[in-house]
Design a protein around this ligand. Structure first.
Ligand SMILES: *Cc1c(COP(=O)(O)O)cnc(C)c1O
Length: 400
């Protein structure tokens, strides 16, 4: 089946559900009746398994093309569960501009449990070899990165990792399996924050782990059950429903994001635009090669001071000032003070996240309305700059 057909049918039994229900029912129950001692109808307790969750897991497994999947409570729960595959003394190489929460968890586990992490710029895949030690067990990739949309060549990194016997883990949240299929490029494990594009409606937090290695499938299921990180039935139902429109949504996100990126690139108040769909993006060719599309996230540097940034973010009507991404509605945020505030300023600047960077999650509203909203916010910034300029002049004159 094509991907788009799978988004609608994967996980739904072809025979339909009880009573002929077309959609997966919500099995909102903690426990299941045994038919006899030692005999169940397939489920005994919801932490260990639940039919609504199983439907979502099958859907995610099919969409990523893996051998198994588990649905968990949040993206961070997915990451925490995967990290339990490792033990004290093991070392993980992680891309240096990964999600802030991922870096924070790595640092915590390193300080408290002795799981070592090395943050490395993996844009040049060869740097992986230089960072290897006899204790290295895995490589952690996130591409495109947040918020600067830098890419990592997944196939090159996974090939190198495999030659050293490492487990390759890819956080595929930013593009979703519609736009990027890491297993086809050699990855072993994919993690998701389903909070973002997979659910797509900003009404649930969720996560997922998909494996493509038979030797890891059972361990990941065991860990999810042991740690209790599994997702709740109602949340699973919402994500399942969201996924049915994933392909349609992703095409609209991308169409609008491309238009927004081109608009920004031509705007005099914009210093720099970060979007892999622009020919000017330094890794545009890699994006075309390893992604099916360029996604819905666009970042840019506004030329101006802190007050100009505030003016811009206060002035948009459709782009709401909020963290998170991947929902049908457009959002804008300021990484330095919001999503990346937990990263210290020196680390932020070293990877290029200046105080002027604004990140947009471009929604699926009418594209013309989105451009008009941005234009009117720029006009407010421009108006402020002009009144500032006027207000300053008499002071300058009096000091002469
Ligand atoms: C949001 C996000 C996470 C964390 O997911 P939660 O659902 O918020 O726990 C992890 N990785 C990436 C790339 C994200 O954007």
């Amino acid at each position: 089946m094509s991907f788009q057909t799978d988004t609608i049918h994967a996980g739904v039994p072809s025979s339909g559900h009880a009573y002929g229900a077309v959609m997966t029912p919500i099995f909102q129950t903690s426990t299941f009746v045994f038919e006899d001692i030692g005999k169940t109808k397939g489920y005994d307790y919801t932490r260990s398994g639940n039919p609504t969750r199983a439907a979502l897991e099958e859907c995610l497994r099919v969409l990523e093309g893996g051998s198994s999947a588990v649905a968990v409570t949040t993206g961070m729960a997915a990451i925490a569960t995967v990290l339990h595959l490792f033990k004290a003394g093991d070392e993980i190489i992680c891309t240096d501009d990964c999600y802030g929460g991922t870096a924070r968890l790595f640092k915590t586990l390193e300080a408290q449990f002795g799981l070592a992490v090395r943050f490395v710029n993996l844009q040049q895949p060869e740097t992986l070899s230089a960072a290897l030690t006899p204790h290295t067990k895995a490589v952690w990739i996130e591409t495109p990165s947040n918020p600067l949309l830098n890419l990592i060549d997944i196939e090159a990194v996974c090939t190198l990792a495999a030659s050293h016997g490492l487990i390759s883990i890819v956080d595929n949240t930013f593009l979703s399996p519609y736009n990027q299929r890491p297993f086809e490029l050699g990855a072993d494990i994919i993690v998701h924050s389903t909070t973002k594009y997979l659910n797509g409606h900003s009404d649930v937090v969720g996560g997922a782990i998909v494996s493509n290695r038979a030797d890891l499938d059972e361990r990941l299921k065991f860990l999810t059950n042991s740690l209790g990180t599994c997702a709740q039935p109602f949340d699973c139902w919402l994500v399942l429903r969201g996924i049915k429109t994933l392909a349609v949504r992703m095409r609209e996100h991308e169409k609008n994001a491309q238009a927004v990126a081109e608009f920004l690139a031509s705007h005099p108040l914009v210093k720099k635009v970060f979007y892999p769909g622009l020919a000017s993006h330094p890794q545009h060719d890699l994006a075309k090669r390893q992604q099916r599309g360029f996604g819905g996230m666009v970042s840019f540097e506004l030329s101006g001071d802190a007050e100009d940034i505030n003016t811009f973010l206060r002035s948009t009507r459709l782009f709401a000032l909020a963290e998170s991404l991947g929902g049908v509605e457009s959002l804008a945020e300021h990484p330095a003070s919001m999503s990346h505030a937990s990263m210290d300023a020196a680390h932020r600047l070293s990877v290029g996240i200046t105080d002027q960077v604004i990140r947009l999650s471009v929604g699926i509203e009418d594209g013309g309305d989105l451009l008009a909203d941005l234009e009117s916010a720029f006009e407010q910034v421009d108006a402020r700059k002009r009144t500032e300029h006027k207000a300053r002049r008499p002071v300058a004159a009096s000091t002469l």
